[in-house]
Write a new protein. Structure first.
Length: 78
């Protein structure tokens, strides 16, 4: 079984979001900080399809899970 490693920008593209550096920076600043009590897929800014993708990939611990965890961390208060 081979595992694919994705870049952060590829996750944004997969979610249908701007995936260039400025687009990612804007998204993170616009949606941060996400409260710790709120699961990432339950955030109000996702479309139903985006939320389902995030939830399913985390549940399966799929190739995308590492980048989703990175996104989750980037949206949380320090």
């Amino acid at each position: 079984m081979s595992q694919t490693f994705h870049r952060f920008s590829e996750l944004f593209a997969q979610l249908g979001l701007p995936s260039d550096e400025d687009g990612i920076r804007h998204f993170l600043s616009s949606h941060s900080p996400l409260p710790h009590a709120l699961d990432l897929p339950d955030a109000p800014f996702w479309t139903p399809a985006q939320a389902a993708f995030l939830r399913e990939e985390l549940l399966k611990d799929a190739d995308w899970a590492e980048m989703i965890d990175q996104l989750n961390s980037a949206l949380r208060p320090v």
